[in-house]
Design a protein around this ligand. Structure first.
Ligand SMILES: Cc1ncc(COP(=O)(O)O)c(C=O)c1O
Ligand SMILES: N[C@@H](CCCC[NH3+])C(=O)O
Length: 432
């Protein structure tokens, strides 16, 4: 694999020297290539435009939710899916049009639903019976009719890690179809004066590499609606399109997934003599994952002869929990010499007090020195989004790069930020 470099042989990210970024902003640092993000957003839209079908591409912002990414999504004319009051707040602060937001989640609170309705969130994707009832009450109180989709659990297992597979029957998400809960929810929603039922939603899982699951899902949603005697205006097949983390991953181009979904739903519309429903997709990982990387500074190492070489960097599971949580694999590259010949295989470990604190399980690298800059690639999805302050480490900053320019879009946390919400304990003998 050959990496883009400049005249001093440093890795470049959309024309910017990665080592300069590390020196300018410090490490660990999340860096996003915004050109790449825009290209992927446009690629998804282009497929639907080419096929002349009504559509909505909704960025699943749980993958990476900051004001800056909502701004980019809005500039590119795509919608965003949110899953919490915090994501809603962030999107609104970014100036995102609330009509272009959809709200997913299996346990939205009364306060979150009220906030969404009062803000004018376009579509709420209703997950369960309690939510149907709460929404109806809140919409009535606000004298309005809320657009909704019903989320169903389709009973389709995607071939992916068990923790990120969501479509199987034994799942906490959505109305169960096989036991009739979906139909019951439909009957309630269609007759509710304060709810405007527009369609169905199902998401089968994440990091999926073949189109079959999406075809089955799309067909099942259409067949389900038809079996209820209903022609839905919207069919939302969720996200989950896989990306390349390492050579073991073989993602399809965006167009293959979208084509398969479009083909299936065109077929169903023709079969049932429907007006073509609007097709919604919710890609998260595929939009931001490959566009992000994390820069670290190399520190200590431990060589255990004939067993393993550990190379430690200044971040770890607090900025990327995915290897520890899902045994996820990544590729890393030495940013100050990306195309130098590799000399050894190391395990890239973090600085957290946890044996499972690994960033890359097996990585061939040139011989490194303390102070070198290492970039772990394709960390743009569910890295920053799932970051924590474990071991009281401040979370890294985020930099956006576009066409040779760079800008800090999330500042690195400080030690003062870490204690900002702490309160001194004053009961008992705690007077230190
Ligand atoms: C309902 C829903 N939509 C979209 C997504 C985005 O998935 P991905 O980031 O794999 O595209 C998820 C997460 O898996 C999800 O739960
Ligand atoms: N956070 C997961 C994906 C979960 C998606 C949520 N539905 C990951 O990093 O792969």
């Amino acid at each position: 694999m050959s990496y883009p470099t400049n005249e001093v042989q440093h890795l470049t990210i959309d024309g910017v020297d990665a080592v300069t970024l590390a020196k300018t902003y410090g490490t660990p640092l999340y860096v996003y290539d915004v050109t790449k993000i825009r290209q992927t957003m446009r690629a998804f839209k282009a497929i639907f435009e080419k096929e002349s079908v009504p559509y909505v591409v909704s960025y699943a912002s749980k993958a990476f939710a900051t004001q800056a990414i909502y701004q980019v999504a809005q500039q590119e004319g795509i919608h965003a899916d949110i899953v919490s009051g915090g994501e809603l707040y962030t999107a609104l602060k970014a100036g995102f049009d609330p009509k272009h937001l959809s709200f997913n989640g299996n346990n939205k609170s009364f306060d979150e639903l009220s906030m969404a309705i009062e803000a004018g969130v376009g579509t709420i994707i209703v997950d369960n019976f309690l939510e149907l009832q709460l929404l109806s009450e809140i919409a009535a109180k606000n004298n309005m009719k809320q657009d909704i989709l019903l989320r169903i659990s389709p009973g389709i297992s995607a071939h992916t890690h068990e923790f990120i597979s969501t479509g199987q029957q034994d799942s906490k998400f959505g109305f169960d179809l096989l036991t009739g809960q979906g139909k019951k929810a439909y009957d309630i929603a269609k007759d509710d004066q304060n709810l405007n039922l527009l369609g169905l939603h199902a998401h089968i899982g994440s990091q999926i590499f073949d189109v079959t699951g999406f075809e089955k899902n799309a067909a099942l949603l259409a067949d389900t609606a038809q079996s209820w005697g209903w022609q839905p205006a919207i069919i939302n097949v969720g996200g989950g399109f896989g990306i390349r983390y390492t050579d073991e991953d073989t993602p399809l181009p965006e167009s293959d997934y979208a084509d398969a979904i479009i083909r299936t739903l065109k077929g169903k519309a023709a079969q049932y003599d429907w007006k073509m429903p609007e097709i919604w997709i919710e890609p998260g990982r595929s939009i931001v994952g490959p566009a992000g990387q994390t820069l670290y500074t190399v520190g200590s190492r431990k060589d255990i002869p004939d067993l393993r070489k550990y190379l430690a960097v200044d971040g770890g599971m607090g900025d990327n929990i995915r290897p520890a949580l899902y045994q996820a694999n990544y590729d890393a590259v030495l940013a100050n010499q990306p195309n130098a010949p590799t000399e050894e295989v190391v395990r890239v470990a973090g600085k957290y007090c946890e044996s499972g604190d690994v960033l890359v399980w097996q990585q061939a690298l040139p011989r490194t020195q303390p102070g070198d800059i290492l970039s772990v690639l394709a960390t743009g999805a569910y890295g920053y989004a799932m970051a924590s302050n474990y071991n009281r480490n401040p979370r890294p900053g985020v930099v956006f790069v576009e066409n040779g320019e760079h800008q800090l879009v999330v500042a690195r946390e400080t030690y003062a930020n870490l204690t900002a919400l702490d309160k001194k304990y004053t009961l008992g003998e705690a007077d230190v």
